[in-house]
Design a protein around this ligand. Structure first.
Ligand SMILES: C[S@@+](CC[C@H](N)C(=O)[O-])C[C@H]1O[C@@H](n2cnc3c(N)ncnc32)[C@H](O)[C@@H]1O
Length: 340
C-alpha cells in the first residue's frame, strides 16, 4: 500500500522511530520499509515531521499484522527526549529482569520496572543492576517492580542453574563462554574451575560428560550453596567436587589437572603464578581478565612472564568477550603449557 514516508539513514533509525512515535507522526498500521538510501518510516498523512529529520517522500508499505509492543519503551508515555536516554537492552535471568540505568533516570525506576514487567514474558521481578562489588563480586540490585526473592533458576546452554542474584555472582552474558570452554574439554580430562561462583563452567563441563573429574572452588558460601542445589538435580553430580575455600589456600596441595578455568577478571593476576602450577604439562589454562584496549597486544607476553616464561607457556588464543568500560574489555586468554 502506498503512503507518505520519511526516509532517514539506517544509522539514525532508532532515534527517528522514538521521535516520530513521541510526536504522534508514526503510522503503526504499516511496517517500516527500506530502500537503497535508507529506512522508510510510514508517517501520518496530515503531520509534518520536524525540519531536517529526513526526506519526506512516497513509498510502498506492507500492512502490519497487529501485535504487541516491540520494545518495552513503547509502554512508556514519555516525551521522545526522555525516551532517548533509556537503555534499549536489559538482561533476563530466569524470571528476573535486570536493567542498568543512567543516574538521571533512577527516579523513574519504578515506571521503567513496571514497563519491563509487562513487556518480558514470564517476568516476576525487575531490578536495577548497579554493578558488582567486593571480592565476591556480588551484584548490587535495587527492586523496581514485581515481587519475590532474588533467587531464581536460569536456563543457559540447555542447563538450568540455581542462582541468587543478590548473594552470588552470575552473568547471563557469559553463556557462550561457558559453552566454548566446555567444548575444549577432551575425554578423560580433569578440570579445575577456580572461583567458580554458582558453577556455570563446572556444570556445563560436567554435563557434557567428557571430563572424568571436575572440581569447583569458591569462597562465597552463597555461590557454593547455589552450585550444590543445581548439582542435587543432576546425575552428573558424581563427577563434581565442590569446595568452599579461599583460592590461595586451595592451590597449596592440589595435583595439576589437564584443564583449568580461572575467571576472576580484576584480581586474578595476584594468583596467576600459583594457578599456573595447577595446570599439568601440555594442559590448558582458560584465564579471564579486564584489559585496557591499548594494552591488549602486550598483555599476553606479560601474563606469560607471570606464569613462568615463554619456555614453558604459549598463548593459544585471546578473544574479546564483551566491553567492560569505555576503555577496557573483558578478554578470554587460553594459555598452553609445554610438554616439558
Ligand atoms: C567473576 S566471579 C566468576 C564466577 C564464575 N566463574 C562465573 O563465570 O560465573 C568471581 C568469583 O570469584 C570468587 N572469589 C573471589 N575471590 C576469591 C578468593 N580469594 N578465593 C576463592 N574465590 C574467590 C567470588 O566469590 C566470585 O564467585
Amino acid at each position: 500500500m502506498k503512503g507518505r514516508a520519511l526516509r532517514v539513514p539506517r544509522s539514525r533509525g532508532e532515534e527517528t522511530r522514538l521521535l516520530l512515535r513521541g510526536l504522534g507522526c508514526l503510522r503503526t498500521d504499516l511496517e517500516v520499509g527500506e530502500d537503497a538510501q535508507g529506512l522508510l518510516f510510514p508517517i501520518v498523512g496530515d503531520r509534518t515531521p520536524p525540519e531536517g529529520l529526513g526526506e519526506v517522500t512516497e513509498a510502498e508499505f506492507v500492512v502490519s499484522v497487529p501485535r504487541g509492543p516491540q520494545d518495552y519503551r513503547d509502554l512508556l508515555e514519555w516525551p521522545p527526549s526522555e525516551l532517548a536516554h533509556l537503555p534499549r537492552s536489559f538482561d533476563v535471568v530466569g524470571d528476573i529482569v535486570l536493567i542498568r540505568l543512567p543516574t538521571e533516570l533512577e527516579a523513574q525506576g519504578p515506571q521503567i520496572g513496571a514497563a519491563l514487567l509487562k513487556f518480558v514474558p514470564g517476568a516476576r521481578l525487575v531490578g536495577q543492576d548497579r554493578g558488582v562489588l567486593g571480592p565476591e563480586r556480588r551484584r548490587q540490585v535495587v527492586r523496581l517492580a514485581g515481587s519475590g526473592p532474588w533467587t531464581t533458576r536460569h536456563r543457559e546452554n540447555n542447563l538450568a542453574l540455581d542462582v541468587d542474584l543478590e548473594g552470588a555472582y552470575f552473568s547471563p552474558r557469559l553463556a557462550r563462554e561457558h559453552a566454548r570452554v566446555a567444548a575444549e574439554i577432551r575425554p578423560g580430562d580433569r578440570v579445575y574451575d577456580l572461583c567458580c561462583g554458582v558453577g556455570p563452567f563446572a556444570l556445563t563441563i560436567a554435563r557434557d560428560g567428557r571430563a572424568v573429574e571436575v572440581v569447583g572452588i569458591d569462597a562465597n558460601p552463597v555461590a557454593i550453596q547455589c552450585l550444590r542445589a543445581t548439582l542435587a538435580r543432576h546425575r552428573f553430580r558424581t563427577r563434581v567436587e565442590v569446595v568452599e575455600d579461599q583460592l590461595d589456600h586451595f592451590v597449596v596441595d592440589r595435583a595439576p589437572f589437564e584443564r583449568v578455568v580461572f575467571n576472576l577478571p580484576l584480581e586474578g593476576i595476584k594468583y596467576l603464578a600459583s594457578v599456573g602450577k595447577l595446570v599439568s604439562r601440555a594442559g590448558r589454562l582458560f584465564y579471564y581478565e579486564v584489559v585496557e584496549r591499548d594494552a591488549v597486544s602486550r598483555r599476553p607476553g606479560e601474563l606469560i612472564d607471570r606464569l613462568g616464561g615463554s619456555s614453558e607457556w604459549a598463548l593459544g588464543e585471546s578473544r574479546t568477550v564483551h566491553p567492560y568500560s569505555p576503555t577496557a574489555d573483558l578478554v578470554a586468554f587460553t594459555f598452553e603449557r609445554s610438554r616439558g
